[in-house]
Design a protein around this ligand. Structure first.
Ligand SMILES: [Zn+2]
Ligand SMILES: [Zn+2]
Ligand SMILES: [Zn+2]
Ligand SMILES: [Zn+2]
Ligand SMILES: [Zn+2]
Length: 408
């Protein structure tokens, strides 16, 4: 704590009769009794050091008395001597201090004075230093945080807001939430493991994390009709910095995982992803999704082949927590998403929104059965055909080697 004395001391606080005219000790800037004075080297006029420093900020190198240039010197000794003869009432006399202190001892006293006050962070009242600790440990408006249940309550509300019963119930609720969250994470990991087993080693998987979308940081962009060799309809992309700045309370903001991409894509109501040429097929392995505004948002995902519905799955998406949906649908050429209106997540600011966030998509192509080009047409071969062709190729190659050997 520092003394409240910044600029001059009001003349009314001088006590006793000094026996000289105190008006000669006035600072010509603040018009009060000089406080920690310094003087102009040319005209020797003293000023409170705070006053002259303030003045010099606005009038660099100028003396308030219009001298050519202001250079600081010590206050003339006779002024210091006069000041030292003064007796001053403590600044905190209004809050009860009756001390009269010598000019020289004033600073030290006011720093330590027990009648200076501090604001109570609870009731906001000004409490004098002497009573402060006692007040803080009893004030009913002080907020306390329970170490066990983390509930924050005012001391005076303890018997309503934080009884033993409430505390225990809250701890149980938090444990339940934690358990649910752990279970969800376990489930997620199991799915990922399952996916790895499925994909290995038969399939060449293509994981799309949208990191390579050349979307701008400060606006939403539609995914162009062709991206990663597929046709995207009704899907837009959003960068992490945009999501956090624009929609900080939404599920968009929390849909970015620490190890994931900094771009997500999203759609409202309907969207689809399909092949460019009708004779191409792919395996739809998985999608990672969550809801942007709603709790428990229902989404149906349909897999089609030649415009015929082959697979269908309904998922319930959580608010802002991406979950892996493992499907592993083979030989399809289009995925259709549809979301249904649901109740908004509390405090998200959204209202019955159907926006869905996709943070990752995995599609697969059979590794050993690549898309063969035959007569400029792409066809997918099944395993038997593939092995047959491979065997014929190997045999032909062996033949060739044999013939070349014989020729040598
Ligand atoms: Zn002054
Ligand atoms: Zn001067
Ligand atoms: Zn005092
Ligand atoms: Zn208080
Ligand atoms: Zn508690």
């Amino acid at each position: 704590m520092t003394s409240t004395q910044q600029t001059g001391v009001p003349f009314e606080r001088i006590r006793g009769s000094p026996g000289f005219n105190v008006n000669n000790l006035e600072c010509s800037i603040c018009h009060e009794l000089l406080w920690k004075p310094v003087a102009c080297r040319t005209c020797e006029t003293p000023f409170c050091s705070t006053c002259i420093n303030q003045w010099l900020i606005n009038h660099p190198n100028q003396c308030p008395n219009q001298c050519q240039i202001f250079a600081e010197r010590k206050c003339p000794p006779f002024i210091v001597k006069l000041l030292s003869q003064l007796q001053i009432a403590c600044f905190y006399q209004s809050t009860g201090c009756n001390e009269i202190i010598s000019y020289e001892g004033l600073d030290k006293h006011e720093i330590e004075c027990n009648f200076q006050s501090q604001q109570c962070p609870g009731c906001q009242l000004q409490i004098i230093k002497e009573d402060f600790d006692n007040h803080i440990s009893n004030c009913t408006s002080i907020e306390l945080t329970c170490q066990d249940c983390k509930i924050v309550y005012k001391r005076g509300d303890a018997d309503r807001k934080h009884t033993e019963n409430i505390c225990l119930k809250e701890q149980i609720r938090q444990l339940r939430d934690e358990y649910k969250e752990n279970k969800r994470e376990m489930h997620e990991l199991t799915l990922q493991l399952h996916e790895m087993r499925l994909l290995n080693p038969l399939i060449k998987k293509i994981r799309i994390t949208f990191d390579d979308l050349d979307g701008t940081l400060d606006k939403l962009s539609c995914i162009s009709a062709e991206y990663r060799g597929l046709k995207w309809t009704g899907i837009s992309s959003m960068h992490k910095s945009y999501a956090i700045q624009k929609y900080p309370k939404s599920g968009y903001a929390t849909s970015f995982t620490s190890d994931g991409s900094s771009t997500i894509v999203f759609f409202k109501d309907d969207a689809s992803i399909g092949v460019k040429n009708s004779n191409e097929k792919f395996t739809f392995v998985s999608v990672t999704a969550c809801a942007a505004w709603a709790d428990n948002l229902q989404v149906t995902i349909t897999g089609c082949r030649n415009s015929i519905e082959i697979n269908k799955h309904t998922a319930i998406l959580l608010f802002g927590k991406p979950q892996l949906i493992l499907l592993y649908w083979k030989d399809i050429d289009k995925i259709i998403f549809k979301s249904y209106s649901s109740s908004a997540h509390p405090d998200s600011g959204g209202s019955n929104c159907t926006h869905v966030v996709l943070s990752q998509l995995t599609i697969g192509q059979e590794k050993n059965f690549p898309l063969f080009r035959q007569r400029n047409q792409i066809v997918s071969l099944d395993r038997k055909e593939f092995i047959e062709i491979k065997l014929i190729e190997i045999a032909a190659l062996a033949d060739k080697r044999d013939t070349s050997k014989h020729q040598q």
